[in-house]
Write a protein that binds this ligand. Structure first.
Ligand code: SAM
Length: 288
């Protein structure tokens, strides 16, 4: 028999994951404030950052640091408090814990220890960006941050380049253009949207195709950003010569020799080496 217990009844302790604003503090929910005010400890990804947020809502509780480098150790401490009957909440820096933020290991450890988990709803950059993107939101794939290392990033993009769902990426401003080039190089020139500074004074949606977004001035792409990209089946057909040329340019700009770039694009796209080679000659060798 699977053991069952309603979340808000029964003796087992419960950990609250509390979603916090992604910019605009007005999006802190009254329920989140009530639950934080009623707890004994707040476990936080960054105690200084959360300290400021809590202070602005008149919440004054002892903190437990719980971040990606100490999550296991912090989980043991949190579980011990919960088993003693203390009430503990976990907040990440912004939005939902566990979404490109720490929390998943803590949740898993709590469940292993017979501790229930609940969540207060709140904003998430991924969902805000998706629903305003104008792209198909029926099915979506949340990718979050791509690996920072170029070879791993391209490998990951090649793994997901056939997914039909709308794709959601997180990115930081200093890598946004590199990532856009990598996206057009591996996924082709799909429709895409940059959702910038969501819920803040400078909120902006920049809509175009990936190659158009690659032409943006990086200096104008400040703040926090989500990239939404149309899924594979929506655009149909195989890559155009122009898209293959963009993929080649991306590989060459990362310092690959022409032969390696042609091989990488051919393997990444499934397009024959001869066609990729012809496009390389036409695009990069003509007129030399
Ligand atoms: N847990 C968060 C959530 O639920 O959305 C995500 C945290 S992740 C460490 C931070 C990334 O989320 C940023 O680099 C950016 O890609 C995205 N992000 C967070 N706040 C945002 C905002 N206000 N506008 C646009 N993107 C945002």
């Amino acid at each position: 028999m699977i053991p069952r217990e309603l979340n808000f009844e029964g003796p087992s302790p419960i950990l609250y994951l509390v979603a916090t604003p992604i910019g605009n503090r007005g999006e802190m929910t009254p329920r989140a404030v009530d639950i934080l005010k009623a707890c004994d400890y707040i476990a936080a990804e960054d105690t200084r950052n959360s300290g400021q947020l809590m202070a602005s809502f008149g919440i004054d509780k002892p903190f437990i640091a719980c971040h990606e480098h100490n999550e296991e150790e912090a989980a043991s401490k949190i579980i011990a408090f919960l088993k003693e009957g203390k009430h503990v909440c976990f907040v990440s820096d912004a939005g939902y814990p566990c979404l490109s933020d720490p929390g998943s290991r803590l949740v898993a450890r709590c469940l292993e220890n017979g501790i229930k988990v609940s969540v207060t709803s709140g904003p998430s950059a991924a969902i805000n960006a998706l629903v305003c993107s104008g792209l198909d939101s029926t099915h979506f794939h949340f990718e979050g941050f791509l690996p920072a290392k170029e070879s791993e990033r391209v490998a990951r993009l090649n793994e997901i380049n056939q997914l039909p769902e709308t794709l959601i990426f997180y990115e930081s401003p200093h890598r946004i253009l590199k990532t856009l080039f990598a996206l057009v190089g591996t996924l082709g020139d799909r429709k895409a949207v940059i959702a910038r500074e969501l819920t803040k004074a400078h909120e902006e949606f920049i809509r175009g195709t990936l190659s158009e977004l690659c032409l943006l001035d990086e200096g104008t792409l400040r703040g926090e950003m989500v990239i939404i990209v149309e899924g594979a089946s929506k655009r149909g057909g195989e890559l155009t010569d122009n898209e293959i040329a963009l993929a080649l340019r991306d590989e060459l700009e990362y310092g690959r020799k022409p032969k390696e770039a042609i091989k990488a694009v051919s393997e990444g796209t499934g397009i024959g080496k001869n066609r990729v080679y012809d496009i390389y000659l036409k695009t990069f060798k003509d007129g030399e």
